[in-house]
Design a protein around this ligand. Structure first.
Ligand SMILES: C[S@@+](CC[C@H](N)C(=O)[O-])C[C@H]1O[C@@H](n2cnc3c(N)ncnc32)[C@H](O)[C@@H]1O
Length: 313
């Protein structure tokens, strides 16, 4: 990885919501190439960059040597409160999450994120966090694997795929991305959309291996405790599972009461913690998609944190 700053997805839209400025503190929970962090720094803000990826954090540390307002930790964003404690920050003015994998990680065969290049069947963001995908595939039974492929890959043919992957009679475990790709490809009928199916299988395994959906739920719960009143949250999701979690969470947290309509007087006592700033998710313009095809699936949702506790009406 080079230290070159790249153009981040939905850059202007993210900046518009986060409103960075001198004296304001932000956590970039998914530092990656540091593109979003750079725009926050340029606006005069202080940034704590988190990433699980070794090279992303190494680059962040290199970059931070001549950018005193940038600091870095190799941590999951699900440890947001611990990260702030380590940084000595009580609260922040905003949190950004640009979820998923970077293009560099996808292109690196050693990570095993892509079916397009042969490499170890690993798929972990951090080699000390969790078990590699090859171990997971060995340990799961066909039923459990079906559930993962169906829930995280949203694949209707999950059962057949799981059966092919578990392969009755296979003597050697699958160890490489090419072996998994071959097993899947050979199990598909002629004319099946092979690449789409492979990419859903790899997505499902990546989500499972890294517990990505749980991590997202955990960071959102912490965010309202550490983002200061009137501070902002901005989350960019690239697939519907993540976007659904953000949408549902915002929908719950913007309400004062979560009791079912049949309950005449509130019993739950829930108070709104956020004001949603994006009624619909913000998506990339055609221009941005032409420049960066990865932006096509990006969905940005943002919210302002309310003084805590406060009723929204
Ligand atoms: C889409 S990239 C971020 C790109 C970045 N916004 C930029 O402008 O360069 C996602 C990054 O999030 C990191 N990541 C994924 N899950 C994470 C987690 N739970 N905690 C911290 N970083 C994570 C990945 O390692 C990857 O570097």
């Amino acid at each position: 990885m080079t230290d070159r700053w790249h153009v981040p997805v939905l850059k202007d839209e993210v900046l518009g919501f986060l409103e960075p400025g001198p004296g304001r503190r932000f956590v970039d929970g998914t530092f990656g190439f540091g593109g979003h962090s750079e725009t926050l720094l340029e606006a005069g803000a202080e940034v704590l960059g988190l990433d699980l990826d070794e090279e992303a954090v190494a680059a962040c540390r290199r970059i931070s040597t001549d950018r005193p307002r940038l600091s870095c930790q190799r941590r999951s964003f699900r440890e947001l409160e611990a990260a702030l404690a380590e940084a000595g920050w009580n609260h922040i003015d905003g949190l950004l999450l640009d979820l998923g994998v970077s293009s560099r990680q996808l292109d690196d065969p050693d990570k095993g994120f892509s079916y397009r290049a042969d490499g170890p069947l690993d798929l972990r963001f951090h080699q000390q966090h969790g078990r590699p995908a090859c171990d997971l595939l060995e340990d799961l039974d066909e039923k459990e694997l079906t559930r993962i492929l169906r829930d995280y890959g949203e694949d209707r043919g999950a059962r057949q795929l799981a059966r092919a992957i578990k392969g009755a009679g296979r003597t050697e475990p699958l160890r490489t991305t090419a072996q998994l790709t071959t097993v899947i490809t050979e199990s598909l009928p002629a004319g099946a959309p092979v690449n789409a199916i492979l990419s859903r299988v790899f997505q499902a395994l990546r989500i499972a291996v890294n517990e990505e959906l749980t991590a997202l739920e955990e960071v959102l719960e912490q965010a309202v405790r550490v983002v200061a009143p009137q501070g902002r949250l901005a989350v960019i999701a690239y697939h519907s599972l993540e976007d659904r979690i953000v949408k549902r969470w915002l929908d719950r947290e913007r309400r004062d009461c979560l009791c079912p309509p049949s309950v005449p007087v509130c019993q739950c006592g829930h108070l709104a913690t956020v004001k949603v700033l994006t009624r619909r998710p913000v998506t990339a313009t055609d221009d941005e998609i032409a420049r960066n095809p990865r932006a096509r699936s990006a969905k940005l949702r943002a919210a302002e944190v309310l003084p805590n506790p406060q009723r929204s009406h």
